[in-house]
Design a protein around this ligand. Sequence first.
Ligand code: FES
Ligand code: FES
Length: 217
Amino acid sequence: MEDVRPVEDDCQAGHMQAAQAGHSRRNFIKGVIAAGASVSASSYVFKEGAVARAQAPGAVERLVTLTVNGRQRRVDVLPQETLATTLRYKLGLTGTKIGCDRSECGACTVLVDGVPQYSCSMLTHQVRGRALQTIEGLQAEDGTLHPIQQAVVDEQGFQCAFCMPGFVMNMVAMIDENPNPTRKEAAQFLSGNLCRCADYNKILNVALQGAEYTRRG
Ligand code: FES
Ligand code: FES
């Protein structure tokens, strides 16, 4: 379509361009940054869209049955959902903590078929059909604490205790594998768990006391 703008308009536009040309270098840079930001943002949106398409309904069955602490639990699980998320936010088992959320601290440790695993780094769909145990499942039905839990109480082994459930689950696995560990062996076995309060001496006391309670039955 033919441009029918009056000549005055073109002159005005020219003046504006001239004025803009006089704008500071700072404005120019601001514009470039803004453009870059919108490119970044749009590529992020694009990636999100791609992920959403890749996870279209029907790709993975979402309603799954998990065996947690000896009970069967039906739960709706997203394809990319981690076990820690499912346990905490879908099943209400908030004893499992999320610290680093990237396989570094061990706060999220649970047992999968008796083996300690970082639940922040496993997909829930990976554990279908496997036996899961969290800290909520350690206590006996009559309320008797697991020997490791009893040792935590007796030794007062943690400060803030955020790391405690992960340590306890790993200790349970440890005494299953080695019921009579030395202090050094316990430290080695538990080396995948970190305590930000650095209460390691008392934590090792718990581990050894818990092992002893277990041996005594
Ligand atoms: S939260 Fe899983 S290892 Fe730190
Ligand atoms: S007792 Fe605080 S992080 Fe371990």
